[in-house]
Design a protein around this ligand. Structure first.
Ligand code: MRU
Length: 367
């Protein structure tokens, strides 16, 4: 997508300097900065400390991290170390292990001399695939938005609600939940997006930055406002992303997603999840019992970053000195609360049968 008229991806290999570059999300939405990632430790830090974030982008970054390591040392030991170091950065988004396993499985059988080139090509392929997957999620999600628009008086906007940032900077491009929004907006369908702030880290501000850059009308709301808006008929559809979806369609996503799904069910609002297939964990059934939930630093809850009135990025403490903060970063929405999953292959029911019908080869490969 474009930033000030220039097309960007969230991560890319810069041929001129020979290094991987990222949009450094620590500074968004206040400043647009690009960072180089070179060493394995830098890649790990970038994922752990959320210079990059969002399940698909975490996976792509890990793939490039392995490629970087293979260019320095293509031994089996280095491959295993890269897998272990990067795999330990964040526990919830399955795209991380998906990308690392795919890299290792492809590289291990190769002679060491061939590994650096192959790793570079595969990391590029994983990134390019992500772009195409998300574009197709947008194609299928657009049809759902079009159906809602067709039931409304001409010119009245379709009102969507989203949580967290499942936007283009959470992926390599397009985003998952935002891809249908961008494509609907580009198709001339009037939209209005309610953007949950998404405490504690306020990823909603990233979504607002994205939607604003693309000209999509939106309003930034507190996390607590969604239920009220739904009760008053002001939300036509919820679309969120996911960090891991089980084979029966339980959806793990940013903390607070479950509460939106409950409110949506109580108010008859369709609750859709944009799901790229690398985010499906085919080894897990019961999301609540089986998905590890990341516990992040309490400082993310007790402190908030923003721009000071008058300028300058700063951090303020919002709690009394000594207050402890609890920070579970994700929650699980059981499949019964999910209206449908928007995948790159089409929209399906959040059920074992629904997913298996679209991803027959994966569903049956893992038994
Ligand atoms: O902690 P984050 O910001 O990495 O969490 C991101 C989310 O929860 C997204 O909704 C999810 O990764 C999907 S991104 C397309």
């Amino acid at each position: 997508m474009k930033v000030n008229g220039t097309p960007y991806r969230s991560i890319w290999f810069d041929d001129a300097s020979g290094v991987v570059q990222i949009i450094d999300q620590r500074w968004l939405p206040y400043e647009f900065r690009i960072a180089d990632l070179v060493t394995l430790e830098e890649f790990a830090t970038a994922i752990r400390d959320m210079w990059v974030r969002g399940a698909p982008l975490i996976g792509a970054t890990a793939a490039w991290g392995v490629a970087g390591e293979m260019a320095r040392d293509a031994s089996d030991a280095a491959l295993d170390k890269a897998h272990a170091v990067l795999g330990a950065t964040r526990p919830t988004a399955i795209n991380l292990l998906w990308a690392l396993d795919r890299m290792r499985a492809a590289l291990r059988p190769l002679p060491e001399a061939d590994r650096a080139g192959a790793a570079h090509r595969l990391a590029r392929e994983i990134a390019d695939e992500d772009v195409e997957i998300n574009r197709m999620i947008g194609v299928h999600g657009l049809e759902l938005i079009r159906q809602i628009a067709a039931r409304k008086p001409a010119g009245e906007p379709v009102r969507l609600l989203t949580h967290c940032n499942a936007g283009w900077i959470a992926t390599v491009d397009w985003g998952t939940a935002t891809s249908p929004m961008y494509q609907a907006h580009d198709a001339g369908i009037p939209l209005h997006v309610w953007v949950d702030e998404t405490r504690p880290r306020n990823q909603g501000a990233l979504t607002s930055w994205e939607l604003g850059s693309h000209g999509v009308p939106h309003t930034y709301i507190t996390d607590n406002a969604g239920g009220h808006l739904m009760q008053h008929g002001l939300v036509d559809m919820v679309i969120t992303g996911t960090d891991r979806t089980t084979r029966r369609g339980d959806v793990c996503n940013k903390i607070g997603t479950y509460l939106k799904a409950l409110a949506a069910r109580d108010n008859g609002v369709p609750f859709y999840v944009a799901l790229p297939s690398p985010t499906i964990d085919w080894t897990v059934d019961d999301g609540v019992a089986e998905i590890p939930i990341e516990d992040r630093p309490e400082r993310e809850v007790t402190h908030v970053q923003g721009t000071a009135v008058g300028g300058g990025i700063g951090v303020v403490q919002v709690t009394p000195e000594g207050t402890s903060g609890g920070n579970p970063a994700f929650d699980v929405t059981p499949n019964r609360l999910v209206t449908g999953l928007i995948t790159e292959r089409g929209v399906c029911e959040a059920s074992p049968e629904g997913l298996a019908a679209l991803f027959h080869e994966r569903a049956f490969a893992s038994g």
